[in-house]
Design a binder for this molecule. Structure first.
Ligand code: FPP
Length: 264
């Protein structure tokens, strides 16, 4: 029965494909974002609507992630950062936390070969040391095995918090100041960038938030300073290739000024 529900839902999503082909043709492939960030929200509501346990929503959310990673590799987007588990998500019921960690291990173990075949570099970001040992081990294998892949960097936010990331960066810098390696005057935006989990990567050009909320939820607080937002009421498990392409097309209509004037 549950398999049947999942099958019906998946075939509805993939039926969008002809629209996707049309949208791909409308894209300006020379002006795609180099980095897309996604807050994968709405899994719980998706499951609730179907009177299913919340874990089913997360499982369906993994399918959306799989599809969006695929589109990003096809379009050569460069960097995709997804918010999978926040520093605040530990407050959820233990069975939901356990289900999420189990899904993570399953995703990494099951998908790693496919991700590597597509040229994806798996880069978990967050305070990873607090994750369960088996999750940490699976992530380290994935990081190591995929380290030389260059088609797409997949940052997976795990025990990730934007404020915690800034605290970690400030602490790392303070240690260098204390050791006399640098002075306080050497602290600038570049140094802070270089000490974030996303060091070396461009800031996101586009942030996608499904499921209707209008907030950042402690995601990439530093990096999103000039990012374009694309919000949709569609719940993450229902989010597919067509929505992603719509977001890209909308992004291409935006005029980005980065605080300057048009044409300046
Ligand atoms: C927010 O939706 C989503 C999460 C806290 C988890 C996101 C995780 C996945 C999509 C799958 C796991 C990822 C990997 C990499 C295996 P919510 O549960 O808060 O939804 P709600 O607001 O409708 O309750």
């Amino acid at each position: 029965m549950l398999g049947k529900i999942a099958g019906m839902w998946w075939s509805r999503k993939t039926a969008d494909q002809p629209d996707a082909d049309k949208l791909i043709k409308s894209l300006d492939h020379g002006r795609l974002p180099k980095h897309v960030a996604i807050i994968m929200d709405g899994n719980g509501r998706w499951a609730g609507k179907r009177r299913l346990p919340r874990a089913f929503g997360h499982r369906a959310g993994v399918e959306s992630l799989r599809e969006i990673v695929k589109v990003c590799t096809e379009l050569k987007i460069g960097v995709l950062t997804v918010y999978a588990f926040s520093t605040e998500n530990w407050k959820r019921p233990q069975d939901e936390v356990d289900a999420l960690m189990k899904l993570l291990v399953e995703y990494v173990n099951k998908e790693l070969d496919e991700l590597c075949a597509k040229g994806v570099r798996v880069n978990p970001v967050g305070r990873l040391e607090d994750l369960p040992a088996n999750a940490l081990a699976a992530l380290e294998v994935a990081r190591e095995k995929s380290r030389d892949n260059s088609c797409l960097v997949l940052n997976i936010g795990l025990n990730y918090g934007g404020r915690t990331e800034i605290v970690d960066a400030v602490q790392a810098i303070a240690v260098k100041v204390k050791a006399g390696e640098i002075s306080a005057e050497d602290i600038n935006e570049k140094l802070i960038n270089d000490n974030l989990y996303t060091a070396g990567l461009p800031d996101p050009d586009l942030l996608i938030r499904p499921a209707g909320d209008f907030r950042l939820s402690n995601f990439l607080l530093w990096q999103l300073a000039y990012t374009e937002f694309w919000l949709t009421p569609v719940l993450w498990p229902d989010f597919g290739r067509v929505h992603f392409l719509q977001a890209l097309l909308d992004f291409q209509q935006r005029e980005r000024r980065f605080g300057g004037l048009k044409d300046s």
